[in-house]
Ligand binder design. Sequence first.
Ligand code: ADP
Ligand code: MG
Length: 235
Amino acid sequence: MSTTVPSPTAPVIRVRGLTKVYGRGETAVHALRGTTLTVERGDYVAIMGRSGSGKSTLMNILGCLDVPTRGSYLLDGTDVSGLSEHQLSILRNRKIGFIFQSFNLIPRMTALANVELPLAYGGVKPAERRRRALAALDLVGLTERAGHEPNELSGGQQQRVAVARALATAPALLLADEPTGNLDSRSTEDVLDVLDQLSAAGRTIVLITHEDEVAKRTKRVIRLVDGDIVEDRGQ
Ligand code: ADP
Ligand code: MG
């Protein structure tokens, strides 16, 4: 594609010169040192780096859970700087599906009810909510477990419910922080297979991982060292 022709749609992520400084003066920690990054629709990206390299800081900013010290962030074409907490929470609900290391499912609520939750927050009517939640559970292969509560599911199944919950709102971006960090190798495979299928279906996925076997599956690997991107390669 020619670079002179503007893309018909904005990139999902467009960050320019992001810095994040925690604290001030002599004890200030420069967690990000001018990160510039573009993620296009359909990209599948692993962010890797040692503990303390700035991965969570970057994820929190990309997830609109924290704001940078300097720099700009356009999420799916929307400039997030200057938005209020309330506006950010609406943007998060509409644009981002989060997947956490510890699943973060609500106990004593069925898988189906868990998946419906972000749709309920988004104001989707009950019948439509149910239809979309069931479709999302079907995508992760858990139709048969829809009526089960988290403690009746394996770790891998719980994380697949969490993936369904992240998907249900049809977000522009799936953002996962160590999604297989709490899983055994078998469940890791199951969850990665689901993410691969979602990527193949055109979803945009950004995940943090320590594990080479996870990063091997993605289309692109970004490596952070001390708050700098030192490597960004397609594969
Ligand atoms: P990673 O997720 O790669 O382990 P982080 O983004 O959590 O890295 O941290 C990057 C750097 O910022 C580290 O030096 C860390 O100690 C520091 N840091 C992270 N969060 C805070 C905070 N809330 N206050 C002060 N320093 C922080
Ligand atoms: Mg971290």
